[in-house]
Design a protein around this ligand. Structure first.
Ligand code: NAP
Length: 270
């Protein structure tokens, strides 16, 4: 479990949805995957107005219809929409596509031309009217975070075994602020799974590479991983990662295969 600054506690393993809803042929499997994830406790569902121009949100809405209260729902506003009025309109459009009256967390997808203060003021209006429970950001580096008014619940960033830059400054800073980080692309969009070093270590641990990669991402207790999986089989495999604790010697071997940063690394994005 991880706890946000406002005291809300959620499971440290959730579900991503980028590219979901794009293919009519995959729709049934994707909905089954999301529902299987909820059944298994992966109740944080991450989407965005950007994903498939709203198609991901529509798919999520269908998957969670009748189960809204079981889910911690996260969506994101595009930077181009993140003005004082644009943020409000974008949120209402997301809510319509999702078939719900509130988001649990609403994020600025990345920093754009609209001042952060303006976006946050709009987020606070959305909190006041009940459309969102809380707000946060994505793809913001520590300098950007310094500019934020109080109230940010998370920074969602690219973080996995092959993208360890946030460990140098962002993760320690978030931990000292009592703010969890959401790790996106925790299996590097699938590319990590076939890495020979990870495959070897995983065989010895008795888990799959995906499970080791996810358990590693969540190891600090302050990171929420949101892998995307479009089949129930993949979701079941991923859900089992929540119960895996990697021993110190395994973590050391992973450090040798995927070295931690020794200096600041500009935040990477996918
Ligand atoms: P990811 O979760 O690292 O990887 C997804 C890929 O891994 C898919 O091809 C999936 O295949 C595969 N996969 C997952 N579980 C698997 C398993 N057990 N066995 C084999 N393959 C498996 O990449 P991502 O989708 O880029 O990132 C996750 C989520 O983070 C996104 O969906 C999105 O919600 C969020 N995100 C946010 C940002 C941002 O800017 N804030 C950017 C990128 C992503 P199948 O689909 O076939 O299961």
């Amino acid at each position: 479990m991880i706890t946000f600054p406002n005291g809300t506690t959620v499971p440290a393993l959730g579900q991503g949805t980028w590219n979901m809803g794009d293919s009519a042929g995959a729709r049934e499997s994707e909905i089954e995957a999301l529902r299987t994830g909820i059944d298994l406790g992966l109740t944080v569902i991450d989407t965005a107005e950007m994903y498939g121009n709203g198609r991901s949100e529509e798919l999520v809405g269908e998957a969670i219809a009748a189960r809204r209260d079981e889910v911690f729902l996260v969506s994101k506003v595009l930077p181009s929409n993140a003005s004082a009025t644009g943020t409000i309109e974008a949120c209402h459009a997301s809510l319509r596509r999702l078939g719900t009256d509130r988001l649990d967390l609403y994020l600025l997808h990345w920093r754009g031309r609209h001042p952060l203060d303006e976006t946050v003021a709009a987020f606070e209006r959305l909190v006041a009217e009940g459309s969102i429970r809380a707000w946060g950001v994505s793809n913001l580096d520590p300098d950007d975070l310094d500019e934020l008014p109080a109230g940010c619940q998370t920074d969602q960033v690219l973080y996995n075994l092959t993208r360890r830059g946030p460990e140098f400054d962002l993760l320690p800073r978030a931990a000292s602020d009592g703010m969890p980080v959401m790790a996106y692309s925790p299996v590097e969009q699938g590319r990590l799974i076939d890495t020979p070093a990870l495959a070897q270590i995983s065989r010895e641990v008795g888990a799959t590479p995906t499970q080791v990669a996810l358990a590693w991402t969540m190891r600090s207790g302050n990171v929420l991983a949101i892998p995307k999986a479009s089949t129930a089989e993949h979701v079941r495999e991923n859900a089992a990662a929540a119960g895996i604790r990697l021993a110190d010697d395994v973590l050391e071997r992973l450090d040798r295969a995927f070295p931690p940063p020794t200096r600041p690394v500009p935040l990477e994005m996918i």
